[in-house]
Design a protein. Structure first.
Length: 292
């Protein structure tokens, strides 16, 4: 049965029709409500249905009994499940994910998928932030539905500003990324600007929501960022993190893009299609600190 479902879902036209040519925001809001129902039969049937469509592995979860589908989606990890790269010269992955695109930023142009570029200004909306990452580098991490959905600090850092940008809820799977131009720039997203304690460099995380998975929760902001919270909204804050500390989660999961300024380089082995885990090294910091 799973093989038949997978075969049908992987048919590009069918997949795109089922996941995009539908009332995306309405379905997303419905799923946000439905997934939090704590009735045991609803919970058990929902998780069983999820397992039909995905290779759900809960062996690294902190608990094995869940109150609801949402509780399972946003599960925490048991201690030691994600070894952390402690090298101070490395920026680590904030989440589990599959590298969808990565490499050098060509001026201010970034690749969404082969043949589909977008600009930093379209995504970030802040000319000063765009200039900061001109000729820098980036990694796009795609979270599949069965993955661990929380995200963590990439280094010892301080967060003093988050910008929330409301938007659409296009699917962010590879099929949609090949068909919808500037997709990440159209979807709901948050810009989490971090300043590294050791060097003063700024590394920005951009969690991007998608169909069924809109809404972003950050531990250090007392608000759930979701479709009804219209943006862009700039939210000052003051939150300190050690490398690997949990920062927040998607209500279900989606994509995180990590931007580093000029001088940073990708770790060997990080390339399109690579599967990474939270805490695994993504970037080398510059050997010398160019900041005053």
């Amino acid at each position: 049965m799973r093989k038949l479902i997978a075969h049908l879902v992987l048919q590009e036209d069918i997949n795109f029709l089922l996941t995009n040519r539908v009332p995306r925001q309405l379905l997303t809001r419905f799923m946000g409500w439905f997934s939090q129902i704590e009735q045991p039969l609803v919970r058990d049937l929902s998780i069983a249905t999820w397992k039909l469509f995905a290779d759900l592995d809960l062996s690294d979860a902190r608990k094995t009994k869940f109150r609801s589908l949402h509780d399972c989606f946003t599960r925490q990890l048991r201690d030691g499940a994600r070894p952390l790269d402690t090298d101070p010269s490395h920026i680590v992955s904030p989440s589990d994910g599959i590298v969808g695109a990565c490499g050098a930023i060509a001026g201010t142009e970034v690749i969404q998928a082969k043949g589909f570029p977008y600009t930093l200004l379209d995504l970030l909306g802040d000319p000063a932030l765009v200039e900061h990452y001109r000729d820098g580098c980036y990694v796009t991490l795609r979270l599949t539905s069965s993955m661990y959905h929380r995200f963590h600090s990439p280094h010892d850092c301080l967060v003093q500003r988050v910008t929330y940008i409301s938007g659409d809820t296009w699917n962010v799977n590879p099929i949609a990324l090949k068909r919808v131009e500037k997709l990440f720039c159209k979807n709901e997203r948050a810009l989490i600007e971090t300043t590294l304690n050791s060097s003063g460099h700024r590394v920005t995380l951009v969690p991007v929501a998608a169909i069924l998975v809109a809404s972003i929760r950050l531990h250090f902001l007392n608000v759930l960022l979701h479709l009804r919270y219209r943006g862009p909204n700039v939210m000052p804050c003051h939150a300190s993190f050690a490398k690997g500390d949990e920062m927040g989660w998607f209500q279900h999961g989606s994509t995180i893009i990590v931007f580093a300024p000029k001088g940073f380089t990708l770790i060997e082995g990080i390339s399109d299609g690579t599967q990474v885990r939270m805490g695994q090294a993504l970037f080398h910091l510059p050997e010398s600190n160019p900041l005053p």
